[in-house]
Structure formats: C-alpha cells, structure tokens
Ligand binder design. Structure first.
Ligand SMILES: NC(=O)c1ccc[n+]([C@@H]2O[C@H](COP(=O)([O-])OP(=O)(O)OC[C@H]3O[C@@H](n4cnc5c(N)ncnc54)[C@H](O)[C@@H]3O)[C@@H](O)[C@H]2O)c1
Length: 289
C-alpha cells in the first residue's frame, strides 16, 4: 500500500458490517468496491449507507455535498473481478467458517499480490480462515463494531502467521479511516467480547436468580458504574441470538465455567424473543427495529 495515495478498499459482503465499513472508508475519502453475491444485499447496503449518512448530515456532522461525495466513492458490484486493484480487502460475509473459506479462496485468486487481507469475524479464528488463503503473512483480523459509523474501535487481530509489517499496515489503515486500532492476539472473543460477554451473561444470571428486576439491574449499572446502557438493554440492542452465539462460542473454545451460558438467554431465544429486532427481549418495544 503506497503511503502517498489513499488506499483503495474492497469490502466483501454488503450486510450490516460490510456496508458500515464501506461507509466509514468512503467518508474518509477512500474509494471502495463493495462486493456481494446478492443484488438485493447490495441495494440494501447502499440504501442503509444513504440513510446513515443522512442522519449524520441532519446532526451537522457532514455537509450534503460531502455525503454525496462519499456515496460517489462506493462502487457496488456482484462481479468479484472488480476488487482486483484493491490495496486493502476486508471480508464481512456470514459468520460461517465454510462460507468464509470458500469466499477467501476466490478472493485470493483476484486480489493483488501485495494487498492487505482482513476478516471482520467476531468469533472465528483468524488463523484458520487465513490457512486457506495462501499468503497468511498478509492476513489479519480487523474487527469493527456495530454501528461502524459510530463506534471508533477496531481490534487488529494478529494471527499465528501475520507479519509485523501487516500489523503495522493494518494499524495505519485503521487510523487513516479515523478509527482507533488496538492490537490483540487471535484468541476467542479477542478483547472486547471476552470481557463483555461474561458481564452480559452475569446480568442474565442475576435476573434469573431474582437479584433484581431487569430495570433495577440496568439502573444499577448505569448509575452505579456509569455505564451508558444497562447490560440487559444492551443485549436487547445487540440481539439475544447474537449474544447467545457469542457466549456459546466462548464457552466452547475456553471450556471454562466462567463463560457458562445462562439458560434464560437460551429460553428467550427459543421463544423468538430476540430483543429490539423482534419487538421483545428483556423489554418490550413498540416498533421492531
Ligand atoms: N453484526 C454485528 O454486530 C457484528 C459486529 C462485528 C463483527 N461482525 C462480523 O461481521 C461479519 C458480517 O456480519 P453482518 O452482521 O454484517 O452480517 P449480515 O448477515 O448483515 O451480512 C452478511 C453479508 O454477506 C453476504 N454474503 C454471504 N455469502 C457471501 C459470499 N459468498 N460472497 C459475498 N457476500 C456474501 C450476504 O449476502 C450478506 O449481505 C460476520 O463475520 C460477523 O461475525 C458482526
């Protein structure tokens, strides 16, 4: 990646995260090719970006002209050969190792030899994804947080064979798009989820053990620990199914009881109570998000 010209970015997968990452790059002046196999996903991704940027304009964070310019930098395509000139390739497809490895097999064939390659996985080992790519020294994790345009952190994940040069390039890239990189090892949950998920699980245990009501548990952590959001309200926002999958993955990987999964969380997911997106989780919501 040349330091003198802005890096060209390719984002693979135009869902929640892929479109957020594309937006974050485009706002900072980078040209982005956004690839997805599904035409509807590309349309949804572009629409989501337009709406998100419009919100930022309304809040005074961007001019209308800057919004238009950012959208103009994103090229949506269902043709993978369009990513061939990218300096940085970030994959954000379904959280499924088989899907990711299949995608990376094809991406590696068209991506530039020297490109920085990164996966946005939350729970799969980067080392395992990188193993099929053929140039594991150029591969790392770039773990963005949802919503990407709002949250400034990116975990740069160093896999077994990631080179120091790749780590440095990844950090420089993250800073280039106005985010804050932190470096972590390729261990389950990286840093944020390793600390956050047991905390969220404990809040569910506290609720099911009758320590306090959902409202009181959330108020306790907001007013007593200065958290912006209570843990149960946060699970509702993230999605109970997403929190459950993360908790199960940490428990499976570490085999440590401190990561045990609260049965109540599982029961609520089975009952279709997924949080804001389904209209009910630990709280009820008027409109589904
Ligand atoms: N949602 C979150 O809060 C969050 C946070 C951090 C990281 N992540 C990670 O980001 C990744 C994507 O998550 P998401 O929430 O954006 O998912 P999503 O379901 O919103 O989007 C996934 C996209 O990948 C596309 N896709 C699937 N197979 C593909 C293929 N073979 N080629 C190209 N595109 C393909 C789908 O069409 C879809 O548009 C996952 O690895 C997830 O773990 C998610």
């Amino acid at each position: 990646m040349s330091e003198t010209r802005p890096p060209k970015v390719a984002v693979i997968g135009a869902g929640t995260m892929g479109s957020g990452i594309a937006q974050a790059c485009a706002v900072r002046g980078l040209n982005v090719t956004l690839f997805d196999t599904q035409a509807e996903a590309l349309q949804r991704g572009l629409k989501g970006m337009d709406a998100s940027l419009a919100r930022i304009v309304r809040k005074g964070g961007l001019t209308e002209a800057a919004k238009r310019a950012a959208l103009g930098r994103v090229k949506a395509t269902a043709d993978l050969s369009g990513i061939g000139d990218a300096d940085v390739v970030i994959e954000a497809v379904f959280e499924d190792l088989t899907v990711k490895r299949e995608v990376w097999g094809r991406v590696a064939e068209v991506a530039e030899e020297g490109a920085l390659l990164a996966s946005n996985t939350s729970s799969l080992p980067i080392t395992e994804i990188a193993a099929g790519v053929g140039r594991p020294e150029r591969f790392c994790g770039l773990h963005f947080f949802n919503p990407v345009p709002v949250l400034p952190l990116v975990e740069v994940v160093r896999a077994q064979r990631t080179s120091e040069e790749t780590v440095e390039r990844a950090k420089t890239f993250v800073e280039r798009i106005g985010k804050t990189p932190i470096l972590c090892d390729d261990k389950p949950g990286f840093i944020v989820n390793r600390l956050l998920i047991p905390y969220l699980s404990d809040a569910v245990f506290a609720l099911s053990e009758g320590v306090g009501s959902a409202e009181d548990i959330d108020t306790a952590m907001k007013l007593g620990a200065n958290m912006p959001l209570g843990p149960l309200a946060l699970i509702d926002l993230v999605g109970l199914d997403v929190a459950l999958a993360a908790a199960e993955s940490l428990h499976r990987e570490f085999q440590d009881p401190k990561f045990r999964v609260p049965p109540l969380l599982r029961q609520l997911v089975r009952a279709g109570k997924l949080g804001r997106k389904s209209g009910e989780g630990f709280y009820r919501y008027e409109e589904t998000a």
